[in-house]
Ligand binder design. Structure first.
Ligand code: ADP
Ligand code: MG
Length: 251
């Protein structure tokens, strides 16, 4: 079982990237579990026809007596989808919600029952503390990738995430695989990300272009991989999926 956490600033394109990677890996024939770890809870929307599935926290709020099938939704693309969810606004703590969701999945033996080949965690990385650090710290992910554009704020978040992985990594937790550039098409973007990567001593493992097919697929409630399988963008997601599956831990 390969376990990869994809971090990045809010709105940078994590869920788009992760759901397309899940769809690409499922298309290769792998059993994929995607766990949305963002209070926005829209990680898996494009895998489930544009609808929101009930989150682990919502389900637990209704009843403590839950079964695995209540929490894990098998999408039409075959991807197993989970949304950790978030607290009621103003009450509780988003990070704590992720911890609760992880504990419940483990308690119900989600990994043993579904036996996924790949688990992808889609994690909000604006602050890397408490529950948001769980995929790195709790032994959940082996590798961490950071989605970023060349914009200052997303590079700032990337640096924070990289530092968290490196300091926690000393204790044998997840390692930093590298950065995924998700282009916003700002001037000199590739070079800006190269420079940031060099400072973090992490490679840029892939450069995803900005592509209008992403919005068109989204409007259909689908991933690009599902809606436009013959497109160049789908080929990019498939290439990134294959790269991540190779698993060679880049230094
Ligand atoms: P996050 O999960 O990081 O908050 P999303 O994946 O929801 O971000 O992406 C935010 C928006 O950016 C989405 O509406 C999506 O359509 C758009 N987007 C993401 N990646 C691309 C891309 N490569 N090309 C075009 N639009 C993109
Ligand atoms: Mg998201």
């Amino acid at each position: 079982m390969k376990k990869i956490a994809i971090y990045g600033k809010g709105g940078i394109g994590k869920s788009t990237t992760v759901s397309n990677l899940s769809a690409a890996m499922a298309a290769i024939g792998l059993t994929v579990l995607q766990v949305g770890c963002d209070p926005k809870a829209d990680s898996t929307r494009n895998l489930t026809g544009g609808t929101s599935i009930a989150t682990v926290l919502e389900i637990l709020r209704k009843s403590g007596d839950v079964e695995l099938d209540d929490l894990v939704v098998k999408s039409s693309t075959g991807v197993l989808c989970v949304e950790a969810g978030g607290p009621v606004p103003g009450v509780g703590c988003a990070g704590r919600g992720i911890i609760t969701a992880f504990e419940k999945l483990e308690e119900l033996d989600a990994y043993g029952v579904y036996k996924p080949d790949v688990v992808l965690y889609d994690v909000l990385g604006d602050v890397v503390c408490g529950g948001f650090a769980m995929p790195i710290r709790g032994g959940y992910a082996d590798e961490v990738c950071i989605v970023t554009s060349g914009e200052m704020m997303s590079l700032y978040a990337a640096a924070n995430i990289a530092h968290a992985v490196k300091s926690l990594g000393k204790r044998g937790y997840a390692s930093l695989r590298g950065l995924i550039l998700n282009a916003k098409n700002i001037e000199g973007e590739s070079e800006l990300v190269d420079k940031a990567a060099a400072e973090l001593a992490a490679p840029v493992i892939y450069r995803l272009p900005r592509d209008p097919f992403v919005q068109q697929a989204e409007a259909q409630g689908k991933t690009v991989v599902e809606a436009f399988p013959a497109s160049a963008m789908a080929a990019h997601y498939l290439a990134l999926a294959r790269l991540l599956l190779k698993g060679a831990k880049t230094p």
